[in-house]
Unconditional design. Structure first.
Lengths: 390, 290
């Protein structure tokens, strides 16, 4: 026998053993109710994802101590979707195979839109955490509500309107420019909603410039924007692109006020952007100083020794509470009954406040939005004002 | 506006050129595309980042540390992953596949050990800008451009004026003959990989300062590879020209045509150029470019 072969065989046997051990999926308790969690534990959104996983685990412990769902303990089946659309679809199929009663996540609009049909076919309700695009709960082709898609967060038209309203009313902006990611549903739609709302309020959008996902240099686009001298520059992207765009805009001498969206809300916006992001504003789903969530923040700090990375942990807890409440109301964990109960939730107490689902479009009614200001010296997002939903 | 576009394009192109040199250097000697180059750039950036944030060194020492570190990593990469293939005269396609494997391996190793977080370098240049005739340019870009061009010129001088350089050029021509004439080819290849790694180190530090440091930052080298192809793979002046051409072209298209259509336009031009000049702007006639 070839000398090398001697090692190859045992290694192959080991590989098989490992494959066998890990192929069975997570072991489950006797009659636990399984809830799926599709979340970005690695990849670009991992900061939020990991904090989200912590918050869900924290709440599951509490629910289980109080008797779980209909007397059965809750077990979370969690897979990493790497904030990637293909991976999200794979995760959804795996969760369907794992016989979960409902799924929490994904957090991103594009990934949620990709996930929705898979879970709909399996008749498993999905409660996305922070996916704010309208077409997460509405099927874009038929314009009908997706029976198995829900969310606890506000939607982009509202967010775009809040941003535009703030720009016109508080910043007295007349001219605005937009820089967005053409490869992201989130950015594409938000730039449209902002444009509509800003124009409707008498402003003028002088430039809408785009870049491709994963691209790092926006100076060509920003150079064009600079010539048009806008008062505000709206950047509906995640914190990474926002920080880069801010640095490059300031390098080119653009003086416009920078305005962002809920994806900016990560502590590393300040680490990455430095002085360039100072004094910028953005719309967020929740604020650490919001009195409504004070209790949750304190509890999270004691448990994990750090602040939660908002808003995902709160929205994921809201999603879990929605599932538990709906199961209680339906007296069952079967998909169709659970979905019907989810669509008719009224005035339930969730981590972010109270929540009522609109049966017509599966969006929550009257979700508030906050405007935060980036303060680099204090390394904090300062609360500016709160808008109540319309 | 035109001047600003040109200045921005040149500064983006300068970094493309810096990265393209690494591809061209290795291609010229071993006739394969070292797709692990992006990963070496990424590791160089992490080395620089560690020196800058943990040891609080200045830019000079950070760059020097990153150059040496990435150079050594690049040589190790060759010893571990390519040397055995090379000695057994594997087709260059296999070397390229091995390089892809290295790239994925290194990226995932960083994911597993350091994590997927984004890091920013300390601001060595602050937000200082230089104004040239109404257009602004950050001090960083000016510096990066000067260093890129300087480094490429220095490499050119090394290759044309030193004994080692002559050996490398002989190796480019005919490696077997070269070794028959008494040149230690293993050492020669180590030097080539060290040089490519050193360029990766500089590029990594500049990319890290200009953008961020994160495991997949090496993907930006796709553009650099294309720049190397435009210039003619294997040609150093070609890498420089290819990088600058691509940077300026991209910026012009996104300013005057559309930022959304930028890649459609620039890549159509790339394909057209290659149909017209299959070996790139400065390439030599070759048969198997993989």
């Amino acid at each position: 026998m070839n000398k090398r072969m001697r090692y190859v065989r045992p290694m192959f046997a080991f590989a098989c053993l490992f494959a066998f051990l890990f192929s069975g999926g997570p072991a489950m308790a006797a009659d636990a109710v399984r809830i799926g969690h599709t979340v970005s534990l690695t990849g670009g959104a991992s900061m939020w994802g990991q904090s989200e996983a912590n918050a869900v685990d924290m709440l599951v412990k509490k629910f289980n101590a109080a008797g779980g769902i209909l007397g059965r303990p809750i077990e979370i089946v969690r897979y990493d979707n790497r904030a990637d659309a293909v991976e999200s679809v794979n995760v959804a199929s795996r969760l369907a195979g794992d016989k979960v009663i409902a799924v929490i996540g994904p957090a991103q609009s594009g990934n949620s839109i990709a996930t929705a049909p898979v879970l709909e076919r399996a008749q498993i309700p999905m409660i996305v955490t922070t996916a704010t695009n309208p077409y997460v709960t509405i099927d874009q082709r038929t314009e009908k509500v997706r029976p198995y898609a829900f969310r606890p967060c506000f939607i982009d038209p509202f967010q775009g309107t809040v941003a535009a309203r703030f720009a016109v009313d508080r910043l007295n902006a007349k001219k605005a420019a937009v820089l967005y990611d053409v490869g992201s549903d989130y950015g594409q739609w938000l730039s449209k909603y902002f444009d509509d709302a800003f124009t409707a309020r008498g402003g003028q959008v002088v430039a809408k410039e785009a870049f491709r996902s994963e691209e790092l240099d926006y100076r060509a686009q920003l150079g064009k924007i600079k010539e048009l001298a806008p008062d505000v520059l709206f950047i509906p992207t995640s914190q990474k692109e926002a920080a880069l765009a801010a640095k490059q805009a300031r390098d080119l001498g653009i003086a416009a006020v920078l305005l962002g969206t809920d994806n900016w809300g990560s502590p590393d916006l300040i680490d990455l952007g430095g002085e360039a992001v100072n004094g910028s504003y953005f719309v967020n789903l929740a604020d650490l100083d919001d009195p409504d969530i004070r209790e949750f923040v304190a509890e999270y700090r004691t448990e994990f020794g750090s602040d939660p990375v908002l808003p995902n942990p709160i929205m994921a807890q809201d999603a879990l509470i929605m599932i538990v409440e709906a199961a209680k109301a339906a007296g069952s964990v079967e998909g169709p009954k659970l979905a019907e109960a989810l669509a008719n939730l009224k005035g339930i107490k969730v981590t972010s406040g109270t929540l009522t689902v609109d049966p017509a479009d599966h969006n929550p009614l009257n979700k508030p939005a906050v405007i935060q200001k980036v303060d680099v010296a204090k390394k904090a997002f300062v609360f500016v004002e709160k808008y109540q939903g319309e | 506006m035109f001047l600003q576009t040109l200045v921005t394009g040149l500064s983006i192109g300068g970094i493309y050129a810096l990265m393209a040199v690494g591809y061209s250097l290795i291609f010229s000697v071993l006739s394969f595309s070292n797709f692990a180059h992006g990963a070496v750039i990424m590791l160089g950036a992490y080395i620089g980042l560690a020196l800058a944030t943990k040891l609080h060194l200045g830019l000079g020492l950070v760059a020097a540390g990153s150059v040496v570190g990435a150079g050594i990593l690049s040589v190790c990469n060759e010893r571990v992953a390519y040397a055995a293939l090379r000695r057994r005269r594997a087709p260059s396609l296999y070397l390229m596949i091995s390089a892809m494997g290295c790239s994925v391996f290194l990226e995932n190793m960083v994911y597993a050990t350091i994590g997927s977080r984004f890091y920013a370098f300390p601001e060595f240049f602050g937000r200082r800008v230089v104004s040239v005739g109404g257009s602004t340019l950050s001090l960083l870009d000016l510096f990066a451009f000067a260093v890129s061009i300087g480094a490429i010129l220095a490499l050119h001088l090394f290759i044309t004026r030193t004994k080692m350089g002559i050996a490398i050029r002989a190796g480019v021509n005919d490696m077997t003959m070269c070794s028959l004439m008494g040149v230690n080819t293993d050492r020669l290849i180590a030097v080539v990989f060290f040089l490519a790694g050193a360029f990766a180190g500089v590029a990594g530090v500049f990319l890290g300062i200009r953008y961020f440091v994160y495991p997949t930052m090496g993907w930006v080298t796709n553009k650099a590879y294309i720049a190397a192809v435009i210039g003619g793979l294997g040609s150093l002046p070609g890498a420089l020209i290819g990088g600058l051409v691509l940077g300026v072209l991209e910026t012009l298209v996104s300013t005057y045509v559309s930022s959304v259509l930028r890649d459609v336009f620039s890549f159509t031009m790339l394909i057209a150029l290659l149909i017209w000049l299959p070996n790139g702007l400065m390439g030599h006639e070759t048969e198997d470019k993989v």
